[in-house]
Design a protein around this ligand. Sequence first.
Ligand code: AMP
Ligand code: ZN
Ligand code: FE
Ligand code: FE
Length: 276
Amino acid sequence: MIDLHAHSNVSDGTDTPAELMVKAATAGLSTIALTDHDTTGGWAEAAAACQELGLTFVPGIEMTVRNQGRSQHLLGYWPDPTGEALTGILDRLITSRDERMLKLLANLNSHGVAVTEATVRDFAGQGVIGKPHVADALVAGGYVSDRAHAFATWLADDHPVYVARWAPTIEEAIAALVAAGAAPVIAHSRARGSDLSEERYAELQTLGMVGIEVDHQDHPDDVRAELRGIAANLGLVVTGSSDHHGSGKVDHDLGCNTTSSEAFEALRSFRRVGSP
Ligand code: AMP
Ligand code: ZN
Ligand code: FE
Ligand code: FE
C-alpha cells in the first residue's frame, strides 16, 4: 500500500517523523511520503526510520500557493531541498507564517480571546507554525473542544479575525519544484472551495505539473470520478493519500486512500535528474 501525503510535527501533524513511519509500517503501508507544509525538515529522521522498518520513503513537501486568487495546496515529490528557487520560496513562506500568527493572535485578543504567542509556539515546538497550532492553543485555553471546533468557530477564512499570508503563485511554485527536480501534483484540488477546471489543469500541465491527488477524504465519490476523467483525458497521474495529521485530524487514518503501484511508477518516472 502506497500513501503519498502525510504530516509530522515538523509541521502540523502530531507525531514525530520517526513515530509517523512506525505507524505507517503498523498500518501495513509499503511506501510513505512525508509531505509537511512548506518544509523538508523532517526528511532525514523519516528516511532513517523507513530504512530500519523496510519501508520505501518518498521525500515530499506540501506548499501553500495561490491559484487564480485562491489558496491552493501543491505537493512536490523528490525535490532537491537545496534548489535555490525552492528554498527562496520556502524561507518566505515560513516568515509569512510567523507574521500571520502574530496578527491573528492580536485579532483574537481584540475579540477577548486570551491566547498567547508562547502557548502557540509551545504547540508548534521546533516545527513550522500553522493555524492548527493556534487551534491547539484555543483548545488549551478552554475556548473550543478540539481543532475542528477551533476551525469552525474562529479560524475559517471568512471569519473577521482571518489574516492572509503570503504565498507564491502556483506557476512560480511549479517552476521552483521543476527546477529542483521534483514531480509536482495538485493536492486535494476540490477541497475547501477550490475549483480548477480541465482547461486550468491542462495549462498547469504545460508548466510541469504531472498529477492530481484524486482519492482524498475531502473528495466525495462524484468529485473523484470527475477528476479521474480529467486525469485520463490529459494523461495525468492519479494519486491517493490519507493526508494524515496524527491525532490532529479525524477520519484521515494512514492508508485510508492509496496510490496504485502503476501510478507510483508513473510518478517516479517524472523524478528529474539531481533530485534525491
Ligand atoms: P495553515 O497551513 O497554517 O494556513 O493552516 C491550514 C491548515 O489547517 C490546513 O493545511 C489543514 O491541515 C488545517 N485545517 C484546515 N481546516 C481544518 C479543520 N477544519 N480541522 C482541522 N484542521 C484543519
Ligand atoms: Zn496540515
Ligand atoms: Fe493540504
Ligand atoms: Fe496535507
